[in-house]
Ligand binder design. Sequence first.
Ligand code: MSP
Length: 517
Amino acid sequence: MKPFYITTAIDYANGSPHLGHAYEKVLTDVIARFRRQMGDQVHFLTGTDEHGQKVQATARKQGVSPQEFVDGISAQFEALLPRLGVTNDDFIRTTEERHKAVVCRLLQQLFDQGDIYLAEYKGYYSTRQEQFLQEKDRQSDGSWPELFGEVTEITESNYFFRLKKYQPWLQEFLAAHPDWIFPRFRHAQVAEFLKEDLNDLCISRPRERLEWGITLPFDAKYVTYVWFDALVNYYSAVADRPGVWPATWHVIGKDILVPPHAVYWPAMLHALGLPLPGGIIAHGWWSIRGSKMSKSTGNALDPLTLVDEFGADAFRYFLIREMNVGQDSDFTREQFLVRYNSELANNLGNLVNRTLNMTTRFAGGAVPAAADLLDLDRELRALWDKTRDEFLPLCEGFQFHTALERAMFFLTETNAYIEKRAPWKLGKSAEPADQALLRTTLATMAEALRLAVSLIRHVTPASTERIHAVLGYTPGPVWRDELVWGGKLTGAKVAEALVLFPRPAPPTASAKPEKKG
Ligand code: MSP
């Protein structure tokens, strides 16, 4: 089995999870499940980033210790995962000993080999971003951009990583690996950043300014800069598992590509003599009704409200169907309902209802064997082959939104096939030819449904399982074999009904919509 190690960004443990965090976990889960289904040996890591100024400040404000504070937040992030149907193999917290020990080991190695040195530094420091700024960061009027918050000039001794020394190597590496960053257009952004001379990276913070961090193994007066600590999680989590590192993909948001993931991380790994990850997937950002999600404006969407109302699969389906990986998207409840109603309730839900209902009414609840095929049946089978053959490469290239569009088109055409055949009319006829056609139609509907939900299983795992169950079907061990049209349901006993995607309560209703299991 091919090893496939995939990670998400580790979320800051200074606020509750929102839609953006949930999206990244779901996207990574869809990739992880897809690779598992394709036969890879998947290891899937996520976790929380728990050190740094912001955590220290928020904990202080709340009158609790930083450790107590991050324990609470990290638990929220971890508890969200099963609610989203996310199948991570491990959850790492940067306050865990297993992580801290590896960070110290790597820092010591870099220090011993001369890649970390002490120097006096005078410069402008942004507390909000926890970083030193450069002249080029100023706006044209000389002021600092809003995102840096309060900026103060400070002089202090600090430890530096020789980032500059690795710049030519990094430029060459990226030029030689144009597919290292997905989507490709983000490559240009990194190349642009690397056109200017890099400064060495300040990797320490004096204890008097920041206590909440990993103490430098070679100087207890300092703690580690939060990014130098956080990036290491990808490696520390698997350091004692032979054969897992390097990661195949790091999935992150576009905001943390340059410089942390595309510049600091490869330079750190290269300096340490460790292999580089296979690549980085930088996804876009969700806005809510056109505006940036933020705690201060109060429009951060809690993913659990949607999961409670519509179920995890509908939530996953929407996120993956709506967003083109790498581009931004806007979330509105209206758009969510449009897809929920038209694609899940009407298109898929209808096919489920019709299949169960017609098989129960006209075939005593057992899927009949197909009789002779006519053009209409052959066309649907051909469309299936085409759909599957396009779907798999689209998923391999992370084009999940287009892949789902193809799957939906197949469902639409299956429903159209049923309209044309009108099994409800055939069922009333005693003619042997009509009866034969009815059997073929019922067999075709059931098989098309089985195939379509097998195909989207990595996106809607629970619904696929439930639909397979009501079709009296147990999937075999090899996913690709499941995707071949082949009367696998002949003789299967189907359930009479299944309500998978119930109509939501109208928006005016004051009662909270019922929870779905
Ligand atoms: N702790 C750092 C990551 C360290 S990785 C070694 C961090 N944390 S974060 O909580 O701010 O963000 C975690 C992830 O969520 C990032 O990949 C970020 O891009 C993503 N998102 C945060 N808001 C988002 C949206 N509005 N939309 C989509 N993803 C978003 O950065």
